[in-house]
Ligand binder design. Structure first.
Ligand code: SAJ
Length: 405
């Protein structure tokens, strides 16, 4: 039996995937209301294919509880936030979950940590727990997740994976467990390399997006079309530049690289600059909107609305969302009343002035800042009528009313 600890964005799909591939799984979460929702047969967030996977796992007998189980293998996938001031990882959820596991785990159990952690976190914070509890019999493994929200179910099956283990034989056993559903290649290495690899992957993406964002600013000053420049540059066989945008959100790309900056402040300068560049984008969009308002003679900020609150298209997740950053910048510069916000994916009330229908949103607006290119509006500027569109995602096509980054 496998006990998956933490039933959030990663733990839940992983638990469901294993259960639907013949593994006996119990999912544990300390949040009783989340467990009750799952036991009532409902998923807790929207994700392509998740409901179908849930039904398969339920039919295969997956169980959900707040209790840790007595079993041979534990998979910990709890959040690892970072301290916004010193930029270091906050391992407290991982530590507390591992400590509880060590209290119940039988002799020789395997403790797999899936949560993203910065290099050395397991040595510094988890390994001492084994010593403290006199549980050197427990094997530690780090198996960082790699799936992208919006395509999680597909990527769980098809992505390559990394397993870091002290003992390669234990690494092989854990690789076999993941191979129950994973068709990608599974690389086995040591724990520190696995930790570093995961953070490096997200840092690579952050740096690449920062480069695209800087190019967008350079092209604006120089009067060039950044999208055309990137499109053509990417035809070179060894160039692959990502897309500029209104900022970088989610729980990974704007967060994980800070672990390196926090731990290596004297050395990780280039990474710090990339993060700052990405972080400057929501305010840059706000300035673009102000320029467009001046040009079009819109004086009243209550006539400007923001479409999109999720951190990217076709997800309902608002963590570190560029829209929240933009609204924060607006409040900080005291430029008018809070803008009206609408996102068809986000049902919860997250910000003041949030509305829940497109018609209510558009009523009385002259300008819309399109912060997220959800599928329902992508390539369909007509849905916004003849309103002026600020389009930092480049999803509204070209037109006299469309302002790009
Ligand atoms: N973004 C851009 N331009 C782009 C691509 C993305 O501005 O060209 C923005 C998005 O709009 C979003 C942010 O970046 O605001 C991050 O989105 P994302 O789709 O790049 O990544 P995440 O955070 O959804 O998922 C990432 C993935 N990592 C990599 O691709 C290296 C995923 O595989 C990881 O599992 C995940 O982080 C994680 O949990 O670490």
């Amino acid at each position: 039996m496998i006990n998956v600890i933490g039933l959030g964005y990663i733990g839940l799909p992983t638990a469901l995937m294993m259960a639907s591939h013949g593994v006996e799984v119990v999912g544990t979460d300390y949040n009783a209301s989340l467990v009750a929702t799952l036991n009532a047969g409902h998923t807790t967030f929207k994700e392509e294919g998740l409901d179908e996977l849930f039904a398969e796992a339920a039919a295969a007998g997956i169980r959900f509880t707040t209790e840790y189980q007595v079993c041979g293998t534990y998979i910990v996938s709890v959040p690892t936030p970072y301290d916004k001031v010193d930029k270091k990882i906050d391992p407290s959820y991982v530590v507390s979950a591992c400590r509880t596991v060590l209290g119940v785990a039988p002799q020789g159990a395997v403790l797999v940590i899936e949560s993203t952690v910065s290099p050395n976190t397991i040595d510094r914070f988890v390994r001492p727990l084994l010593t403290e509890a006199g549980r050197q019999d427990v094997s530690l493994v780090h198996a960082p997740e790699r799936i992208i929200p919006g395509n999680m179910v597909h990527e769980l099956v098809h992505n390559n994976r990394t397993i870091g283990a002290d003992d390669p034989e234990v690494g092989e056993r854990v690789a076999d467990l993941y191979a129950s559903f994973c068709r990608g290649e599974i690389a086995i290495t040591d724990i520190r390399t696995a930790e570093m690899t995961k953070v490096v992957e997200n840092t690579f993406r952050a740096v690449n997006i920062a480069f695209a964002n800087e190019l967008a600013k350079v092209c604006r000053v120089g009067g060039m079309d950044v999208y055309e420049v990137i499109r053509i540059a990417n035809k070179h066989p060894r160039v692959n530049i990502l897309q500029p945008g209104p900022g970088v959100g989610g729980h990974c790309i704007p967060v994980d690289p800070w672990f390196l900056v926090g731990d290596y402040p004297e050395t990780a300068n280039f990474i710090r600059l990339a993060l700052q560049t990405n972080f400057s984008m929501p305010e840059y969009v706000l300035r673009r909107a102000h320029e467009a308002m001046a040009e079009r003679g819109i004086a009243d900020p209550s006539r400007v609305g923001v479409y999109g609150l999720a951190y990217k298209e076709d997800v309902d997740d608002v963590r570190e969302s560029p829209t929240l950053q933009l609204l924060g910048a607006q409040a900080e510069h005291l430029c008018g009343a809070p803008m009206r916000v609408y996102d068809p994916w986000v049902e919860a009330d997250v910000v003041p002035n949030q509305v829940h229908s497109m018609s209510e949103f558009l009523d009385g607006l002259e300008m819309v800042i399109v912060m997220v290119g959800h599928s329902e509006i992508k390539g369909r500027p007509e849905l916004f009528g003849d309103r002026i569109l600020i389009d930092p995602r480049n999803v509204m096509g070209d037109g006299a009313n469309v302002y790009k980054l």
